[in-house]
Design a protein around this ligand. Structure first.
Ligand code: MUC
Ligand code: MG
Length: 378
């Protein structure tokens, strides 16, 4: 029996964060998820999510733009297509739209979720099989206040939820940022790993000075210290310091990974399904990095449960994942739109075992938080 894609709905969902989350380019008080519901002729529905950070401040696609691209171009291109052939559906999307990787990632997830439900297997099985079902997860300290960050880290260590902490810096003067990081590392000592993410905020000369001090303070990893376009500068920093340099904004596609490998522009690659255009493309990017001897890290766009668990299925199937993941998005959000939120314990995220993503929508919550829903208290 042929199974066709019937309808695709893209829904903007606004969820509050548990506290302000400060990054170099934006302060988040809420997160906007773009949720995709893809319905097929056999009655099966697939879920997907495209989420970015700070509207257009971080990436090149905004939540509203992602919805527009899906509604206007991508959903019509998929209507009537074979729902069981994910690669063919993705090829069709590439025919009608260049780029738009976040939107394509959400659609790919929804197709894989539907196909997994149809076959009774998890998404990780569809992409080759999980080599791990527990994924180490770090937590980002980004309240903007050093003492509060230390308290937060202590509580999470105590609860055995996280033992690696990523500090978002690049918003303030370098001296203030370095002092902030050094105080946190000193307070946590050998009990936790501390990494920093600069989100491209420094120039190369400033980065060289700052990294020397961060390295001396015991920081374990430096993420995207300078603009993504300055790969030569990243290569010079990677050669100069022992502390590993991680590429995030600089690596979206397999071709980016190849350029980074050729130049030696990073020691570690941050992978994300959204910036890659889906799990399958993320896996290709990972393969290039892996072949070049770079370590891999499972990154987040601070997605909710659907996007985070989709990422988890993809990362679970990578042969090597030396730096673990940062799939903590659902924990940063005050509420959830799935009925069975992801489980975190013993410093790891548990991969759901059910078919597809292994998630069930909470229709009432979705109704409550969707932007176009009935007006009411939020
Ligand atoms: C980024 O650039 O890595 C991931 C964790 C976090 O707090 O922000 C993001 C984005
Ligand atoms: Mg980053």
């Amino acid at each position: 029996m042929e199974v066709r894609i019937e309808t695709i709905e893209a829904i903007l969902v606004d969820l509050p964060t548990i506290r302000a989350h400060q990054l170099a380019m934006a302060v988040m008080q809420r997160q906007t998820l773009v949720i995709v519901r893809l319905r097929c002729s056999d009655g099966i529905e697939g879920l997907g999510e495209a989420t970015t950070i700070g509207g257009l401040a971080y990436g090149e696609e905004s939540p509203e733009g992602i919805k527009l691209a899906i509604d206007t171009y991508l959903a019509p291109a998929l209507a009537g297509q074979d729902a069981t052939n994910v690669r063919a559906a993705l090829a069709r999307l590439d025919q009608v739209a260049r780029g738009n990787r976040f939107a394509k990632s959400a659609l790919e997830t929804a197709l894989l979720d539907a196909q997994g439900k149809r076959l009774g297997v998890p998404v990780a099985t569809l992409v080759g099989g999980a080599v791990r079902t527990r994924l180490p997860v770090l937590w980002t300290l980004a309240s903007g206040d050093t003492a509060r960050d230390i308290d937060e880290a202590e509580a999470l260590l105590q609860a055995r939820r996280h033992n690696t902490f990523k500090l978002k810096i690049g918003r303030r003067e370098i001296a203030a940022d370095v002092a902030h990081v050094a105080r946190i590392k000193q307070a946590l000592g050998e009990r936790a790993r501390v990494t920093v993410d600069v989100n491209q905020a420094w120039n190369e000369a400033d980065a060289a000075g700052a990294i020397a001090r961060l390295e001396a303070a015991g920081v374990d990893l430096i993420e995207q210290p300078i603009p993504r376009a300055n790969l030569a500068g990243m290569a010079r920093l990677a050669a100069r310091f022992v502390v590993p340099i991680m590429a995030d904004e600089a690596v979206c596609t397999p071709e980016d990974a190849l350029d980074i490998a050729r130049l030696g522009a990073a020691d570690v690659l941050a992978l994300k399904i959204a910036k890659s255009g889906g799990i399958l493309e993320m896996t290709r990017t990972a393969a290039v990095g892996d072949a070049a001897g770079m370590a891999l890290y499972g990154g987040t766009m601070l997605e909710g449960s659907i996007g985070s668990i989709a990422s988890a299925h993809g990362f679970a199937a990578l042969p090597r994942l030396g730096w673990g993941t940062e799939l903590f998005g659902p924990l940063l959000l005050k509420d959830d739109i799935v009925a069975n939120p992801p489980r975190y314990d013993d410093f790891a995220l548990q991969l759901p075992a059910g078919p597809g993503l292994g998630l069930t929508l909470d229709e009432d919550k979705l109704e409550f938080y969707r932007r176009d829903g009935a007006p009411g208290p939020r």
